[in-house]
Design a binder for this molecule. Structure first.
Ligand SMILES: [Ca+2]
Length: 157
């Protein structure tokens, strides 16, 4: 079927428009949407909750992202889980979804300090959002992230 190009252009721009903003209740920073939870949960429950909304616990990859999460969690005055742990191998901090070693850490003074007793990372309120290792079973607020789909769906003519 031959589709008039004007329709393709309209379709293309509609897809782009809808893809370039965050859902209600999510906050955009660069190419990600973030949800800062209003309820607390264990690290595992938090990750599962993010998954239910087609997202994952936040995995800051750059200094800019780390600073954004730090400053927003600080403005909420909350300790908040992110998707970094050393559950798999002690003292090897990895992003949950990829198991890649974290590219940028932001540990608070003296952290991490609890070895095998604490294997999950939270932005720590009393460290102004810097990281601390923490008991994964503790109930804390959490941050989910969703990558904004910037590549429009391929239109095959
Ligand atoms: Ca540990």
């Amino acid at each position: 079927m031959k589709v008039p190009s004007v329709i393709l252009i309209l379709l293309f721009s509609a897809i782009q428009d809808s893809a370039e903003s965050c859902h209600v209740g999510w906050i955009q920073f660069q190419e990600k949407c973030y949800f800062f939870s209003h309820t607390n949960a264990t690290w595992f429950e938090a990750g599962y909750t993010c998954l239910q909304f087609n997202s994952k616990l936040a995995e800051p990859k750059t200094v800019a992202e780390t600073n954004f999460l730090k400053s927003h969690s600080q403005s909420l005055d909350r300790t908040m889980w992110i998707g970094v742990s050393d559950i798999i191998e002690e003292d090897r901090w990895v992003y949950s979804s990829s198991q890649e070693v974290v590219s940028h850490t932001e540990f608070g003074p003296g952290e991490p300090n609890a070895h095998t007793a604490q294997n999950c990372i939270a932005l720590w309120r009393d460290f102004h959002g810097q990281w601390a290792d923490h008991t994964c079973a503790a109930k804390e607020y959490f941050i989910c992230e969703e990558i904004i789909q910037s590549d429009p769906v391929d239109v095959i003519g």
